[in-house]
Design a binder for this molecule. Structure first.
Ligand SMILES: C[S@@+](CC[C@H](N)C(=O)[O-])C[C@H]1O[C@@H](n2cnc3c(N)ncnc32)[C@H](O)[C@@H]1O
Length: 270
C-alpha cells in the first residue's frame, strides 16, 4: 500500500478549491486587495522574517536564480514583484555600470524599502554598479514598451499575482525575443515523507515564527496555504509554454520545496 501521510487540516475539507487568504475564504477581488495590504504591512520586517523562516536559505536561492539568467555586462534587467529588491541588487552587480535594473512591485512600502536599501552611500564615490530604479506597478500591466528588457527575474512573486498567466504574457511582451526569464517559486515536494514533515513545519513552526517576527496576524498562514494551492513543476512548465516561452527548464532545490524555472521568450505570436 502506498505511503500516504496527510494532515486533514491541510489536505482535507478545510481547503476547498478556490482562493483562501489567511484563515478565512475570500473572493478573488478581495484577494488582490488583501495581498497588497498584507505585503505593505509586513514590508519593514520582511527581510528579517524571510531569513528566520528559511534559515537564511532564501539568499543563496536568489543568487542561483540570478545566476540562471546568465546576465552580461550592459544588459537591461527587470526584478518583478521585487519586494525589498534582493534580486535587483544581485542583478545590478552582474550587469555592471553600463547596465540597468528596474524593480517593480505593487506594494508601495516594499518599493520604499527597496529604494532605501539600494541608495548609494556617500562613501561609494563613482558608480561601480548599474543604473537602478524601483517603481510601483502591477505585474499584469507593466509600464514598459515591448522588448524593453534582456532578462526578467521573479522570486516568490508569481504565486501572489491574481492572474499568473496574464503576468507571464506581460513578461513576454517586455522581454526582447530570446530574452531570458528566471522564476524562483515554491514547488511540489515529490517525496511523501519529506512533504509530510515540510507540511508539519509550514503550518506550525513557520506560521508561528512568521507571526512572531512579522507581527502580522495571518501573513505566514497565507504563505503555506497559497503554496499548497500553487502549480506543481509540471503545470508551471506547461504554463510557461502556453504563454509564449520556449526551452523551459526546472531545477528543484531543497527537495523541491522551491524550484528555479528558466525559459526564453519565444518569437512574437509564438
Ligand atoms: C513574497 S514577496 C517576494 C519579494 C521578493 N521578490 C523576494 O523574493 O524577497 C511577493 C511580492 O510580490 C508583490 N506582488 C504581488 N502581486 C503583485 C502584482 N500583481 N504586481 C506587482 N507586485 C505584486 C508583493 O507586493 C510582494 O512584495
Amino acid at each position: 500500500m502506498p505511503l500516504r501521510l496527510r494532515f486533514p487540516w491541510i489536505h482535507g475539507q478545510s481547503l476547498p478549491d478556490g482562493v483562501r487568504a489567511g484563515r478565512r475564504a475570500i473572493s478573488p477581488e478581495e484577494r488582490v486587495d488583501y495581498v497588497r495590504r498584507m505585503f505593505s504591512a509586513i514590508a519593514p520586517r520582511y527581510d528579517l522574517t524571510n531569513t528566520v523562516i528559511s534559515a537564511g536559505l532564501h539568499l543563496p536561492w536568489k543568487r542561483r536564480t540570478v545566476a540562471a539568467l546568465g546576465l552580461r555586462m550592459g544588459e537591461r534587467a527587470l526584478d518583478l514583484c521585487c519586494g525589498t529588491g534582493d534580486l535587483a541588487r544581485m542583478m545590478a552587480e552582474a550587469v555592471g555600470p553600463n547596465g540597468s535594473v528596474v524593480g517593480v512591485d505593487f506594494a508601495a512600502p516594499m518599493i520604499a524599502e527597496a529604494a532605501q536599501q539600494t541608495a548609494p552611500s556617500p562613501r561609494d564615490g563613482a558608480p561601480r554598479s548599474s543604473r537602478r530604479a524601483f517603481l510601483i506597478g502591477d505585474a499584469m500591466s507593466l509600464p514598459f514598451a515591448p522588448a524593453s528588457f534582456d532578462a526578467v527575474a521573479v522570486a516568490f512573486g508569481l504565486r501572489n499575482v491574481a492572474d499568473p498567466a496574464a503576468a507571464l504574457r506581460e513578461i513576454h511582451r517586455v522581454l526582447r525575443s530570446g530574452g531570458r526569464l528566471a522564476i524562483l517559486e515554491f514547488a511540489r515536494v515529490p517525496n511523501p515523507v519529506f512533504r509530510a514533515l515540510y507540511d508539519l513545519y509550514s503550518f506550525t513552526l513557520l506560521a508561528g515564527l512568521g507571526r512572531l517576527v512579522s507581527g502580522h496576524p495571518d501573513a505566514y498562514w497565507y504563505l503555506p496555504v497559497s503554496v499548497r494551492h500553487w502549480l506543481d513543476q509540471a503545470a508551471m512548465l506547461r504554463l510557461l509554454g502556453e504563454t509564449g516561452f520556449v526551452n523551459a527548464t526546472c531545477r528543484n532545490l531543497a527537495q523541491g520545496v522551491v524550484a528555479i524555472y528558466r525559459a526564453e521568450a519565444g518569437a512574437r505570436g509564438a
